[in-house]
Design a protein around this ligand. Structure first.
Ligand code: SF4
Length: 280
């Protein structure tokens, strides 16, 4: 068997920034630090922070006044931010700049009267934060069929969740053009996502099995697994080395490895080491 690594994988710039801010904050404030949901979608990283004293909460009601709250890399809704300041919390806003850009563009389209269409996952925290900002004045779609149902509009603004599939985003454009005289498209899929998707697709074309490593809740990791499956290669999305199964491989297989933007290298290295130790 041969292992081939994707040249672009692992922590992106936004996740690195978020994780480093969280590490520094925990060092300074120890037991006084709360995280509003998982700051990134990787269970091993969240476990790491929990062991160092961070408490994960689902709402601000669980946070004592004057504590520190760390927001997600996916963004925080303006309403929640306002509530946090009212409680005199110190807010460490780790929102990725690419997510902030989506928020800004959505705000611009809203102010200028566009019918806003967002290519995204309806329940993803990034989308919820954008919707809150524009008072739910947008249609979130994930397929061509949802676009087909849109009535004719004077002008449409089209944006995407930062971690969506770039190939699927492009496919929706002709359908949207049929719905309006003016279509403004902002490619808001982040650079790290596009790079990881492109290098994963290239790798999937050359191997017999793809192992995609990262949180099951991680949108960008799930997209990488989808891309590999669409390419027709046998694909396994795992979170840790313990999920690898012997029966997935044949002795002559070329195994491609990639990981999501929220997957730390130490998790990926454990997978590679296990493969080398037990299957070579
Ligand atoms: S995947 Fe993109 S949008 Fe998400 S944290 Fe990384 S750089 Fe930011």
């Amino acid at each position: 068997m041969k292992i081939i690594l994707s040249p672009k994988m692992g922590f992106c710039f936004g996740v690195k920034k978020s994780v480093n801010l969280a590490k520094d904050t925990i060092k300074k404030r120890k037991n006084d630090v709360y995280m509003l949901g998982s700051i990134i979608n990787n269970p091993q990283v969240i476990e790491y922070f929990k062991k160092r004293g961070a408490k994960i909460v689902n709402n601000l009601g669980e946070v004592p006044e004057e504590s520190v709250i760390i927001t997600r890399a996916h963004g925080i809704s303006p309403l929640l931010l306002h509530q946090a300041y009212q409680k005199r919390l110190s807010v460490i806003d780790t929102t990725c700049p690419y997510v902030k850009k989506v928020q800004e563009i959505a705000g611009y389209l809203y102010k200028n009267g566009y019918f806003i269409v967002i290519f995204g996952d309806k329940k993803h925290p990034e989308i919820l934060s954008v919707l809150d900002l524009i008072q739910n004045n947008a249609l979130v779609v994930s397929s061509f069929y949802e676009i087909e149902k849109i009535k004719q509009q004077k002008k449409i603004g089209f944006i995407s969740q930062t971690t969506k599939n770039i190939y699927d985003f492009k496919k929706l454009l002709p359908a949207l053009l049929n719905k309006t005289e003016e279509l403004r498209i902002f490619n808001t899929i982040c650079k790290a996502t596009i790079e990881r998707q492109k290098s994963t697709l290239e790798l999937a074309k050359k191997v017999d099995v793809m192992i995609v490593i990262g949180g099951k809740e991680s949108a960008n990791t799930s997209r990488l697994a989808e891309i590999c499956k669409k390419q027709g290669v046998k694909t396994y999305h795992i979170e840790t080395e313990n999920q690898i199964k012997y029966e997935w491989f044949h002795p002559d297989d070329r195994i491609g490895i990639t990981s999501g933007a929220s997957t730390p290298n130490w998790v990926t290295n454990k997978v590679i080491n296990k493969l080398k130790k037990e299957y070579f």
